[in-house]
Design a protein around this ligand. Structure first.
Ligand code: A3P
Length: 287
């Protein structure tokens, strides 16, 4: 059963932690509340970083909860079998994480006032991060050679499907008042300024001390040292961090160390084809 995928509406999911029934429940039956906050990303785009930021904003910069409750309980991935149970039983206001493409998201969201924060990241860095992650995350198939895995990624033949479709789908909500998007690169460049923007979107005011608490405790180093955020409590059959870490490098631009010129040019070509006509600028547009 390990490393087996199934398809749900054309998207691959690893069987170890997802089920068709669970995905159907999420899409058709999950009751979104107006006070829910969703942390949505394509995988490897900064999900757990945003989860930490949102947890800390909620606690006014106090790290106690982040240091005592695992991140997967604070902001469960509601499309996983276990995450759905946790999301349903958590007390409101709920923080819920998701990698689902928009077409598989809970239908009830679209009739609600719940908020979505969507974090995007340079897809070349997403790819590199995913390549390493797939080697340590047991539900995923071994990625094999980087070149071959790159082809699969560019074709969307990986769990959660195509990065391009995911981003185009969710970005279709921009302009809606309950949708906010930010990039991993902006979080890197100016975490405090980004937290201020996030707070404005959430309608939350933090004083300077609370803001310090968020910025300090959401740093890469702080998260790496926090066992509730670094996945060291995850069971070995799911995540084996012996040779690489979930919180691996935490930088922008690592693709330059990992992709050849030919691979990068191929990526650029597919990117241009897929993203043409989208009137949006991203920090990595010099790509
Ligand atoms: P790398 O593999 O490039 O290091 P996700 O949470 O969506 O799975 O994304 C994981 C990526 O976000 C990893 O990237 C991880 O190191 C990075 N990340 C997590 N927390 C971070 C933080 N506080 N600062 C910078 N990067 C962070």
């Amino acid at each position: 059963m390990a490393q087996e995928y199934f398809q749900y509406k054309g998207i691959s999911f690893p069987r170890l932690i997802y089920s068709e029934q669970g995905l159907r429940e999420v899409e058709n039956k999950f009751q979104v509340r107006d006070d829910d906050v969703f942390n949505v990303t394509y995988q490897k785009s900064g999900t757990v970083w945003m989860l930490e930021i949102l947890s800390l904003i909620h606690s006014n910069g106090d790290p106690s909860r982040c240091r005592t409750v695992p991140n997967w309980d604070r902001g469960p991935w509601y499309e996983t079998v276990l995450g759905l149970q946790t999301a349903r039983s958590n007390q409101p206001p709920r923080l819920i994480s998701s990698h689902l493409p928009i077409q598989l998201f809970a239908k009830s969201f679209f009739q609600s006032k719940a908020k979505v924060l969507y974090t995007v990241r340079n897809p070349k860095d997403v790819f590199v991060s995913l390549y390493h992650f797939a080697q340590i995350f047991r539900p995923y198939k071994e990625p094999g050679q980087l070149d071959q895995f790159l082809e699969q990624f560019l074709e969307g033949d990986v769990p959660f499907g195509s990065w391009f479709d995911h981003v185009k789908g969710w970005m279709g909500l921009r302009g809606h008042e309950n949708f906010f998007w930010i990039s991993y690169e902006e979080l890197q460049q100016d975490l405090r300024g980004s937290v201020e923007r996030i707070c404005r979107f959430l309608g939350k005011q933090l004083d300077a001390q609370a803001m310090d608490g968020v910025v300090e405790n959401a740093s890469f180093q702080a998260m790496k040292q926090n066992k509730m955020s670094n996945f060291s409590l995850a069971p070995r059959f799911l995540l084996d961090q012996t040779h690489s870490s979930f919180l691996r490098k935490g930088i922008a631009g690592d693709w330059k160390n990992q992709l050849t010129t030919a691979q990068s040019e191929n990526f650029d070509r597919v990117y241009r084809e897929q993203m043409q006509g989208l009137e949006l600028s991203f920090p990595w547009d010099e790509l």
